[in-house]
Ligand binder design. Structure first.
Ligand code: ISE
Length: 336
């Protein structure tokens, strides 16, 4: 049994604890911690977790913990990931890997110094069966070369304190990862634009925003980002290839026909949309750690998404595209 310690016992942390305990073969949650000790105590009680630690660092160092899952606030990710690498412990860190590309570079340097990949980033969409099938079709070449991606990331609401910048670095970060993964291509430049603002933009952030990207191979990507859209949680993705298009399926929903109309419900909360992807992500991570084999999205992928997010946020209000420049890829990340 792989002994896992979970840092961060908020909504996503507790959901992962439940998943690891009830669903993932070969895993047991032996420890938890939270900045708010009460949250850790509640989670420990609800899920019979034997050890509670006052700090994430103490959990990481504990002999009761073989591997770590980080689900704490974004600002704490980088330091915890570095502490895991120092202890030589595998870690699955929720996205984003860090808040800046400079912090991602520190993580890459630490991993390189140890000569071993230990870090996985919680880009769970890569485990979603819909996105996986899209990738298979694009890769197969049966539709010719991919040319463009049109995507939308629409949320019904976001918590207070969210900024326009976080709309890119915390929310559109999923598209920044999934688009380069679908295309097998890197970003060359990008720009974020504010468009006519929706009357649902009441919390001080830009809403909607549009992200525009160009890849090294000349593909163009547009991502519509809405932080409060007034109707639901709606993720769209369409890859346009030479001979056809590939679309992300909508989540399963029963259609009602009545009153001369057809109704299909749309989710309102993001936590329901990628449940299967999270299940597969955690199952495959535990298997990979136990077998010391295979890698999901790693530190390089977290870095690539962060470099793009940084450039996009720099482009805000400049009216121009910003170069997206990454360091040379170290051999350790050859398959990323
Ligand atoms: C949330 O943190 C997530 O990661 C979701 O996937 C994303 O769609 C949502 O906008 C974020 O708030």
């Amino acid at each position: 049994m792989l002994k896992i310690g979970v840092i961060g016992c908020g909504a996503i942390g507790r959901d992962h604890i439940r998943r690891l305990r009830d669903l993932v073969p070969g895993a047991t949650v032996t420890a938890c911690s939270d900045y708010f000790r009460e949250s850790a105590k509640l989670a420990a009680k609800q899920y019979d977790i034997p050890h509670i630690y006052d700090t994430g660092e103490a959990l990481i160092e504990s002999a009761e913990v073989d591997a770590v899952l980080i689900a704490s606030s974004d600002a704490s990710h980088a330091e915890y990931v570095l502490a895991c690498i120092k202890q030589g412990k595998p870690v699955l860190c929720e996205k984003p890997l860090a808040q800046t590309s400079a912090d991602c570079e520190k993580i890459i340097k630490a991993e390189l110094a140890g000569g071993k990949r230990l870090v996985q980033v919680g880009f769970m969409r890569r485990y979603d069966p819909g996105y996986r099938e899209m990738k298979r079709i694009v890769l197969s070449g049966e539709l010719g070369n991919p040319l463009m991606i049109h995507a939308a990331h629409r949320n019904m609401q976001q918590p207070d304190g969210l900024t326009s910048e976080m709309g890119i670095s915390n929310i559109a970060i999923h598209e920044l990862d999934i688009c380069r993964w679908l295309l097998g291509d890197e970003y060359k430049n990008g720009q974020v634009l504010k468009v006519r603002q929706s009357s649902y933009s009441v919390k001080g952030y830009d809403n909607p925003q549009i992200v525009l990207l160009e890849t090294d191979l000349g593909c163009r990507i547009d991502v519509e980002v809405q932080l409060s859209d007034g109707y639901g949680y709606d993720i769209q993705c369409q890859v346009v290839c030479e001979k056809g298009t590939v679309h992300l399926p909508d989540p399963y929903a029963v259609i009602t026909r009545s009153g001369a109309g057809r109704t299909v419900p749309i989710l309102t909360d993001w936590s329901q949309r990628f449940i299967q992807a999270y299940d597969i992500e955690l199952t495959e991570w535990v298997q990979a750690v136990e077998n010391n084999a295979g890698h999901g999205p790693g530190a390089w992928d977290g870095y690539a998404a962060c470099v793009a997010a940084d450039a996009l946020n720099r482009s805000r209000n400049t009216g121009s595209f910003m170069e997206i420049q990454m360091m040379t890829k170290p051999a350790l990340y050859a398959d990323s």
